[in-house]
Design a protein around this ligand. Structure first.
Ligand SMILES: [Zn+2]
Ligand SMILES: [Zn+2]
Length: 155
């Protein structure tokens, strides 16, 4: 039996891998109809892409219920998914896209790298040719730029 903390931390790590995979294969695949709104300028508070957060929230609510009534470790998995949702919101919606009521632009360090690598994801506005699909782990921006050049989508 793993301790609750190990389940939460393991779930957060697994969620980043899953989010990377889903962003690359679902959102930039058959789920593009929702995600496309995120690669265009947004007018208003919401975009269609936010529906993905609603789906994830619904899924973790079901898991919380399953953890309460069926098998208690699932409750901690649900807690890990929720914690990842908070991290995702802070890093992606807050820090990168400034969807919060204050201005903070990290210039260097890991947070600066996180913002830069996600802006490189947005350097391409089409379904194909994008780089950097993670949200919490940021690859090196230099490597991403080389990848972009390789795909010849950006001059
Ligand atoms: Zn994308
Ligand atoms: Zn984004």
């Amino acid at each position: 039996m793993f301790g609750p903390l190990a389940i939460v931390l393991g779930t957060i790590a697994a969620m980043e891998l899953f989010a990377w995979w889903a962003h690359k294969n679902i959102m930039h695949g058959w789920g593009w109809a929702w995600h496309e709104s995120h690669h265009r300028p947004r007018n208003g508070w919401f975009e269609k892409n936010d529906l993905y957060s609603v789906v994830f929230a619904g899924f973790s609510i079901l898991l919380f219920l399953a953890g309460t009534y069926l098998w208690s470790p699932l409750w901690w998995v649900a807690a890990g998914i929720t914690a990842y949702g908070v991290l995702y919101y802070l890093a992606h919606d807050g820090l990168v896209h400034q969807r919060w009521p204050f201005r903070y632009h990290p210039k260097g360090g890991y947070l600066g790298r996180l913002v830069e690598s996600h802006h490189l994801h947005h350097a391409v506005h089409t379904r194909e040719g994008c780089v950097s699909f993670g949200f919490v782990y940021a690859p090196s921006p230099d490597k991403l730029r080389a990848q972009l050049k390789e795909s010849k989508k950006v001059a």
